[in-house]
Design a protein. Structure first.
Length: 441
């Protein structure tokens, strides 16, 4: 077969151009995810300021792993945090890509083992293996433009004894600064105990700032930091509804959950006093939780419900972040009673007894409300989680819907501890909620 030399040259030239063009496209795609943001923390005239690519950045963030990233941005948030790089819902690169798409920065958590889960910080081989894991994760994500900071471990001081954990944290922080000079490093602490802060001051000099996690106790954070003589920068990396360990309990030992309306009031007041109230040292916060989780109840800590509806707490965060309330606001649940008694009155019911639950709910736009009711047993004590660990949701044993804010229900035949829940939906994917513990005896 005779080969046409001229056609062959033209063909090879075309292939070369296509290859170069394809390589250019790949290079552009790669560059899009390899231009690390320059994040710096500066002390200026007694105050601390975070900068992203030279621009001042105040963290208006939320804790979010499986929640709606787009909705966080839509409500005025500019950042999110995770507890680990890969979550049960998304891989680390997916989190960063989606955050970037929506204009959010990410404080990426590094999963560090906890002593309360059995990790031994005297085991040098295990500590070294953990260090290498952290190094590999940092190398994997350090150049993504949506990366804001690294969070080394979560509440490592909860139920711990061995101070060597902080040596491991500092070694990781030192390593991060060596291979990723563009992002600050912190660790998330349960509370703000002055003894813990003293140990960190000695053992963790490579941390750029500290992150504190408090709930009802957040109102005392300024005092705790003053007593500990901590004058550095900090973030409040978890805060929100009053914790189940901080509220009143029934006579049979079950915590009484605040209504969604009371939580919203608390979110507003706590943000203003404990976060916005310290502009010199506090560089922002991550509210908990932009999503839903089961912890004592399915409604306690999530700012969203299982069906995806948002609560008043979401409206509050939009207001404190943007200065504007949303056009449509969530309903407000003013009271909830069973046979005229509140959750604080230790309600006992006989098996099979018919009782009446009644809620009083208002809606800012006077939207027509639909009511959903549920009864479920309490989480057995031996299945209750600690420190936010996984907790199995109890099975629902009654579910009903109505257009009226009242429900007659029959108490379960099996003795024990239960809760009745009410959800009031406004037809615009927003709901109010409350629950009352009761005991069948």
């Amino acid at each position: 077969m005779k080969i046409n030399k001229r056609n062959t040259i033209l063909f090879l030239a075309a292939i070369t151009i296509l290859t170069l063009s394809f390589g250019c496209q790949n290079s552009k795609e790669k560059d899009k995810h390899s231009q690390a943001s320059q994040v710096t923390l500066k002390a200026e005239a007694g105050s601390y300021q975070l900068y992203v690519n030279g621009e001042p950045f105040y963290i208006k963030g939320a804790g979010l792993e499986c929640g709606d990233i787009q909705s966080l941005a839509a409500h005025g948030g500019n950042a999110m945090r995770t507890w680990r790089t890969d979550t049960q819902c998304r891989k680390g690169n997916e989190i960063l890509d989606e955050a970037q798409k929506n204009g959010l920065m990410v404080c990426m958590g590094l999963e560090i083992a906890r002593e309360r889960h059995g990790f031994d910080y005297n085991d040098n081989a295990a500590v070294r293996e953990q260090f290498e894991y952290a190094r590999a994760e940092v190398l994997k994500y350090k150049d993504h433009p949506a990366l804001l900071a690294w969070g080394v471990g979560n509440e490592l001081n909860l139920h711990y004894d061995n101070p060597k954990v902080w040596d491991a944290v500092n070694e990781i922080a030192e390593m991060i600064h060596e291979i990723d000079p563009n992002h600050p490093v912190t660790t998330m602490l349960a509370g703000a105990d002055k003894n813990v802060l003293a140990v960190l001051a000695e053992r963790c000099p490579d941390l750029d700032y500290l992150s504190f996690q408090l709930y009802g106790d957040i109102v005392n954070l300024p005092r705790y930091l003053h007593e500990a003589n901590y004058t550095g920068a900090y973030v409040v990396s978890e805060w929100g509804a009053t914790g189940h360990w901080e509220v009143g309990k029934t006579a049979w030992g079950r915590p009484i959950e605040p209504t969604s309306h009371q939580k919203a009031l608390d979110y507003h007041d706590r943000y203003q006093s404990a976060i916005a109230g310290d502009p010199k040292h506090c560089i922002g916060s991550f509210v908990f939780l932009w999503g839903q989780k089961q912890e004592r109840t399915p409604t306690w800590y999530g700012m969203f419900l299982e069906n995806g509806h948002s609560t008043e707490a979401v409206d509050v965060m939009e207001f404190v972040w943007t200065g504007q309330w949303p056009e449509n606001r969530a309903p407000a649940l003013d009271s909830f009673e069973v046979d005229g008694q509140t959750a604080y009155q230790n309600i006992y019911l006989a098996p099979g007894f018919t009782a009446k639950a009644a809620a009083r709910v208002s809606d800012p736009e006077n939207d027509a409300l639909t009511y959903r009711w549920e009864i479920m047993p309490e989480v057995p004590e031996h299945h209750q989680s600690d420190g936010g660990d996984f907790e199995k949701r109890p099975e629902t044993i009654l579910q009903s819907t109505s257009q009226e804010p009242e429900l007659s229900f029959t108490a379960p035949e099996t003795p024990g501890a239960y809760r009745i829940f009410v959800y009031a939906a406004d037809g615009n994917n927003k709901s109010a909620t409350a629950n009352i513990p009761f005991y069948v005896k």
